[in-house]
Design a protein around this ligand. Structure first.
Ligand code: NAD
Length: 699
């Protein structure tokens, strides 16, 4: 009946196998085939029971989310109607869960009357991570099988559980031995005398749950899921399961699922899901591109970044040699690393044994002659071109010819650094974000001369280190910081003209960022931003700069490190309070600059900040510094906390409409001058009524 479903009879048991590689996703064709075969089995007098399983390593990895945006053909039942066909089936139907059963996969298994699970299989309801709730009975059946508390944890958290735990929790009836299918067929026959056991009819595990429990759960997750709807709706749906009849619960779940699926937040989260997978696709690099082995690494500079980078290697089980100019510097660097690990041990996140293993992988030296057989070197010394060129020249002489030499520079021209070596094809950028042992992003910088092999190796290394590597080109601040600096500058201008830093920060926080630009500035150091601005003034003197930051810098208030910057941090607190001295400086400076201060609406603050990001993102794309708009979204989510449920700046731009953004940016251009000039790409896409998603960078 269908080429994605295989059917065979084993004695009196009909075995339905989903074969829709690679993930056995519940596409329209799979749903149709499952319904047809189930019905056929129910009508077949020679069939006493049914087993549903998956071919290959997956049971069913979930719904086919690409089909969310498509119209369902008339002859395909809705997934939840298929569940009804199965649940109301007149003969026992057993799910033989052979591998991953996520989302719709677990729902399908729970819609069956019994479940046998293979060791190593994983089951879960990760829908919340896509901004939706389970839509085919997951929120109603899981509490009936596993109890309300477990169901809440699994549905609201979205993380899977292993087969053994699934049995303990009551999600599966039995852990199979070696031959899952044989056991499932035997089990199905054993159940013929009992008949079907519809999950919807099970109430013993629902118990009476105190309504307060749900209230407390909502409070518990509120901060972590700020701005999202799905987590709260997951809780509501499980509460309905615990308090209302099954059919009513299914109808509630369905309504909420459809509303969330069609809303912008879920669309944004689905976009991010695909965007994260797209970053790995690089024109010219295929599975056949050779990748160098990375078994020994070195990090030059044991400061803020170098220490964190070295930890990444040790965490991944790769030996790493830390290099600095003196034993004192190394001792200090190693001490910080040890302190970091010890903190994780004391919080129970790492065992002492693992910490010892990792520390043992980190060695240190002051001599490049110890680096001869290193596979990759990451340089993280001061941001100074001459120093970096000198170091790369020395590394070139000291390391074997294959060694990849990468720089963690935030802004310098890596083409120039590469030219200081005899192997520019092996020179690239590996731009980690601070704190480097925590932040998931790496901007992997492709220099003009870097070989495909070097880039493929670097991208693979990101994965090995548990990072999301995004390929970018050489340019001022690469992608993320270039955009950030423009938005930060416009934020400072708003303050010159009438807004206050805490007003700007509140709007940006409410949009969903972890913090606004002034709080971020206090965290990173006003002195750091001051020196970046000095550099930029030297390089691009024509760029207009706000002077308020200079005035704040001159007071010696550098941010959290001095217990005060834009805000004051009482007693070392990380939560700043607005500082009257700063407000005085701002008002005075505005007057000196001749500004009649004016109020800014929240909408205007948001538009100026986010559209400045978007316009710069468009320039980055136009210049070919990012491969696709969605790569920029990934950078902004992982590097700067752009809320996932807004999908990154470029996706957000498409939602707003590029014509509106172009008009506003044109206005900013008039206000601020050429550094806010609308990008040509923004202009042309807006003119054609297109979005960034329509823009394909030619390779
Ligand atoms: P840092 O000042 O904390 O550390 C620099 C280290 O390099 C010091 O330990 C210093 O002793 C060492 N060093 C200096 N000269 C050396 C030499 N010749 N040989 C070996 N070691 C030497 O600086 P950082 O904040 O870690 O920044 C390092 C690099 O990372 C810079 O290029 C910076 O732009 C970049 N970066 C920094 C951040 C950040 O947030 N701090 C983020 C991304 C990238």
């Amino acid at each position: 009946m269908s080429d994605v479903i295989e059917f065979r009879k084993v004695g009196a048991v009909g075995v339905i196998t989903i074969n829709n590689p690679p993930a056995n996703a519940l596409s329209f064709a799979v749903v149709k085939g499952l319904a047809e075969h189930t019905t056929a089995c129910m009508n077949d007098e020679l069939c006493d029971a049914v087993v549903v399983t998956g071919a290959g390593k997956m049971f069913v990895a979930g719904a086919d989310i690409r089909e969310f945006n498509m119209t369902r053909p008339d002859d395909v039942p809705e997934f939840h109607d298929l569940m009804k066909v199965i649940e109301e089936g007149s003969k026992p139907i057993v799910a033989a869960v052979n591998g991953i059963a996520f989302g719709g996969g677990l729902e399908l298994a729970m819609g069956c009357h019994y479940r046998i699970i293979a060791p190593g299989a994983l089951v879960g309801q990760p829908e919340v991570k896509l901004g939706i709730i389970p839509g085919a009975g997951g929120t109603q059946r899981l509490p009936r099988l596993a109890g309300v508390e477990t169901a809440l944890d699994m549905i609201v958290g979205g993380d899977p559980v292993r087969a053994e735990e699934a049995v303990e929790l009551g999600i599966a009836d039995e852990l199979a031995g070696e031959d899952l299918l044989a056991r499932a067929v035997a089990y199905a026959l054993e159940r013929v005398a009992d008949g079907p056991r519809p999950t919807g009819g099970i109430t013993s595990r629902l118990g009476a749950v105190d309504p307060q429990y749900f209230e407390e759960y909502r409070l518990k997750i509120a901060a972590r899921t700020r701005g999202q709807e799905a987590p709260l709706e997951c809780i509501n749906a499980v509460e309905v399961a615990a308090t209302k009849p099954f059919e009513e619960g299914l109808a509630h779940e369905r309504d909420v699922f459809v509303r969330l699926r069609d809303g912008d937040k879920s669309k944004a989260m689905r976009h991010m899901f695909f965007a994260e997978r797209e970053v790995a696709k690089i024109p010219g690099i295929t599975k056949q591109t050779p990748v160098q082995k990375i078994e020994k690494a070195a990090v030059i500079g044991s400061g803020t970044m170098g220490g964190g980078i070295a930890m990444n290697f040790a965490n991944a089980g790769i030996a790493v040699n830390l290099v600095d100019v003196s034993d004192e510097a190394l001792t200090e660097g190693l001490q910080k690393i040890r302190g970091n690990y010890a903190g994780s041990v004391s919080r129970g996140r790492l065992t002492q044994e693992k910490m010892d293993e990792r520390m043992a992988l980190i060695s240190s030296t002051t001599s490049y002659s110890d680096l001869a057989d290193t596979d990759i070197v990451i340089e993280a010394v001061f941001e100074d071109m001459d120093l970096k060129k000198k170091i790369f020249g020395e590394l070139d002489a000291a390391c074997k010819p294959e060694t990849i030499l990468a720089s963690n520079t935030s802004s310098l021209d890596i083409n120039e650094i590469g030219a200081a070596t005899s192997r520019p094809d092996k020179v690239c950028g590996a731009h980690f974000f601070s704190p480097a042992n925590v932040m998931k992003l790496m901007e992997n910088v492709r220099t003009a001369a870097a070989s495909d092999e070097t880039i493929a190796t670097l991208m693979k290394l990101s994965k090995t280190l548990g990072k999301t590597g995004v390929l970018v080109g050489v340019g001022d601040g690469f992608v993320g910081n270039r955009m950030l600096h423009v938005a930060a500058r416009i934020a400072e201008f708003m303050v010159e003209e009438g807004a206050l830093p805490w007003e700007v920060d509140q709007v940006i926080y409410d949009f969903g960022f972890p913090m606004g630009p002034f709080s971020m500035n206090d965290l990173a150091g006003i002195d750091v931003r001051y020196s970046i601005r000095q550099e930029q003034l030297k390089l691009y003197g024509d760029r207009r700069q706000s002077v308020i930051l200079d005035r704040v810098y001159e007071t010696g208030r550098y941010g959290q490190k001095t217990n005060g910057g834009w805000y004051t941090y009482e007693g070392g607190s990380r939560n700043g309070t607005p500082e009257p001295i700063i407000e005085d400086i701002i008002v005075k400076t505005s007057a000196e600059l001749g500004f009649q201060r004016r109020p800014f609406s929240n909408e205007e603050i948001l538009e100026r900040y986010v559209y400045a990001l978007i316009n710069t993102g468009a320039k980055v794309l136009e210049e070919g510094l990012a491969l696709r708009a969605s790569d920029i979204d990934v950078i902004w989510h992982y590097g700067y906390g752009f809320p996932r449920y807004r999908g990154g700046p470029m996706f957000y731009a498409d939602l707003v409409g590029l014509d509106k953004i172009y008009d506003k940016v044109s206005q900013f251009h008039e206000d601020y001058g050429d550094w806010m000039k609308p990008s040509n790409l923004l202009k042309s896409l807006a003119g054609e009524g297109k979005g960034f998603a329509d823009y394909v960078v030619s390779s």
